[in-house]
Design a protein around this ligand. Structure first.
Ligand SMILES: NC(=O)c1ccc[n+]([C@@H]2O[C@H](COP(=O)([O-])OP(=O)(O)OC[C@H]3O[C@@H](n4cnc5c(N)ncnc54)[C@H](OP(=O)(O)O)[C@@H]3O)[C@@H](O)[C@H]2O)c1
Length: 334
């Protein structure tokens, strides 16, 4: 007889915004949650404010600073030692956005930090946990039912990294574009700060890192058979009032949510965004690999998710293969 167990889901960045609001729906579905943050003490304190004591008992907190590849390595070893059951689902949610930097911040390994946190940290984490993920239980209890569950990876993408959408063509500071990848090819260390090797543009550094996240999804789903694993990305909508915008000017922080609510109608609450992430990481409806899920850029209640058309910069197999291989070298996976 098959042993039926609770599924284990890992999520990065649960101290605020989308990640914090994904915890409740994940717990409601019946997951045991592994919350990865750079400060567990802070993450626990924040989670306690919205979760009950019995919900808290189903969350384990692990400390990883995604900016530091050594820390990612140590944290993943700790996870592999600590948890008896393999992880069924990984959600790469954490991110930084620092559009006002005049010069790049550097990660402990010397990489431009936005790319280090958003792309390199997650890329390494996924690769170090992949074997464990692929060995996970095929039957778990989800929403009170025994469910056949394929191992799953969900990465938060964004509209501004997708040149096929209007939001992806905004020229300020410039659309996401990895160019000829010479920045990666030449080691991505100072004075290099952009994947393209061109001049540092802090806002574009965020878009480029999210483009790399979305490319990773496409390349991974090609490399791993669709029967074995589901790898997808999503754009939950414009969650215009999260801490992601903490480094933007105060006037922008004040006006941006208003603009998104009443002009573009792209605004999504943190709660709804969290529900969407939990759905994509858990439900059968989203068990299709290589899909970028979206609910559109003008939010309407009751709207269903659809597979968003992606730009050539994301799906081109030469670009995705080269980005993947160069990233592997930079995070020293070779
Ligand atoms: N907000 C939007 O409109 C929007 C739209 C599309 C996609 N997204 C994506 O949604 C995801 C969540 O964004 P959000 O808006 O919820 O932002 P947020 O509120 O700023 O949350 C970001 C999370 O990432 C964590 N984090 C940052 N640096 C880290 C590091 N070095 N190591 C580990 N964790 C780190 C933060 O933890 P600390 O408290 O320690 O900083 C926080 O928990 C991101 O991937 C973003 O690109 C957001």
């Amino acid at each position: 007889m098959t042993k039926i167990i609770k599924g284990l889901v890992l999520i990065t960045g649960t101290t605020s915004g989308v990640g914090l609001n994904t915890l409740k729906p994940l717990l409601r579905y019946g997951w045991e949650v592994l919350a990865v943050n750079r400060s567990s003490k802070r993450a626990i304190k924040i989670a306690q404010q919205s979760l009950t004591d019995s919900e808290m008992q189903n969350i384990h907190f692990i400390e990883i600073n995604l900016s530091d590849l050594e820390d990612v390595r140590n944290g993943c070893s700790e996870i592999l030692k600590k948890f008896k059951n393999p992880i069924n689902s990984i959600i790469c949610n954490a991110a930084v956005y620092k559009p006002r930097l005049s010069k790049p911040e550097r990660s402990p390994q010397g990489f431009e930090n936005t790319m280090a946190v958003n792309h390199f940290g997650h890329f390494l984490l996924i690769n170090l946990l992949l074997e464990n993920l692929l060995s996970s239980e095929k039957e778990i209890v989800l929403r009170g039912k025994i469910t056949k569950f394929k191992p799953r990876i969900t990465i938060l993408g964004t509209v501004t990294a997708n040149y096929s959408e209007l939001g992806g063509r905004i020229p300020i500071p410039a659309p996401a574009d990895l160019g000829d990848l010479s920045g990666f090819k030449n080691g991505f260390l100072s004075p290099i700060s952009m994947a393209s090797g061109k001049k540092f543009k802090p806002g574009k550094a965020y878009k480029d890192s999210k483009l790399c996240n979305m490319i990773t999804v496409q390349e991974l789903s090609k490399r791993y058979s669709k029967e074995k694993i589901v790898i997808n990305s999503l754009y939950p909508g414009c969650v215009a009032d999260t801490n992601l915008f903490r480094d933007t000017p105060w006037l922008f922080r004040f006006l941006f949510p208003i603009f998104q609510k009443f002009i573009t109608k792209g605004y999504v609450s943190q709660r709804l965004a969290g529900e969407r992430v939990a759905q994509v990481a858990s439900l059968k409806e989203y068990a299709k690999s290589g899909v970028h899920w979206s609910w559109g850029n003008r939010q309407k209640s009751g709207r269903k998710a659809f597979s968003q058309k992606l730009s050539k910069r994301i799906i081109d197999s030469n670009i995705s293969k080269r980005t993947y291989e160069l990233t592997k070298k930079l995070v020293q996976l070779d």
